[in-house]
Write a protein that binds this ligand. Structure first.
Ligand code: URA
Length: 208
């Protein structure tokens, strides 16, 4: 019979669904009376080749409760086509899982960048999510996830198209946010070249 000494301690990593359950329980009481639903990640949630991390959901994403299904999602789909990737084969998520909003000058609700409080609440959960998903590579979309995963050391304008070390131990490739090419058309060829660099690297590591 197996002795106490022989028994191995098997550490199990929680699944992403378990992480999400704990996350829902954590956030539920935080903003009483405010409608701040969480938009969770989706796709291949166990050892995908890539996990894409965006900034935060927008209006359409909150309505559909799915990441990257609005305007930025269209650009993301173009990126995936260019990189010869399917959404089902990767995992797509956001650093912050609520929609950060403010009232604009016309009185309309609009998106804003996540603030310090939101980042400090969500980043520890992003770390747990990445650990559970265990992707081979991370791709950050824009400055928010890039800074969150590299201890604030990098900015996308300096590091786009490059491989970096991330706090999680998973190699990270930095891309501009797909929405930034909507506002800055001049970035389109740069973004395209970065995506091709990524696609080439993925091709080289296939089967490795
Ligand atoms: N922008 C993001 O960063 N994430 C989304 O899910 C949608 C737009």
């Amino acid at each position: 019979m197996e002795s106490y000494r022989q028994r191995k301690v098997v550490k199990t990593v929680p699944t992403v669904q378990t992480v999400y359950q704990a996350m829902q329980a954590f956030f539920k009481p935080l903003w009483p009376g405010e409608d701040k639903p969480l938009v969770l990640g989706e796709g291949k949630d166990m050892r995908p080749v890539l996990m894409l991390v965006g900034e935060a959901p927008g209006e359409t994403e909150v309505i559909k409760r799915r990441p990257f299904v609005g305007k930025a999602g269209k650009n993301l789909d173009e990126f995936l086509t260019l990189a010869r990737l399917n959404r089902e084969d990767i995992f797509v998520s956001n650093a912050v899982k609520i929609r950060p909003t403010e009232i604009g000058p016309t009185g309309r609700t609009r998106n804003r960048a996540p603030n310090k409080e939101e980042l400090s609440l969500f980043i520890p959960w992003l770390m747990k999510e990445i650990k559970a998903v265990n992707p081979r590579y991370l791709v950050t979309l824009g400055n928010v996830p890039l800074k969150a995963l590299t201890e604030n050391k990098n900015t996308v304008s300096h590091c786009h198209g490059q491989w970096l070390e991330s706090q999680t131990g998973v190699p990270l490739f930095a891309l501009y946010h797909p929405a930034s090419i909507i506002y800055r058309r001049a970035l389109a060829p740069v973004y395209e070249q970065d995506v091709l660099t990524l696609a080439e690297a993925l091709q080289d590591t296939k089967g490795a």
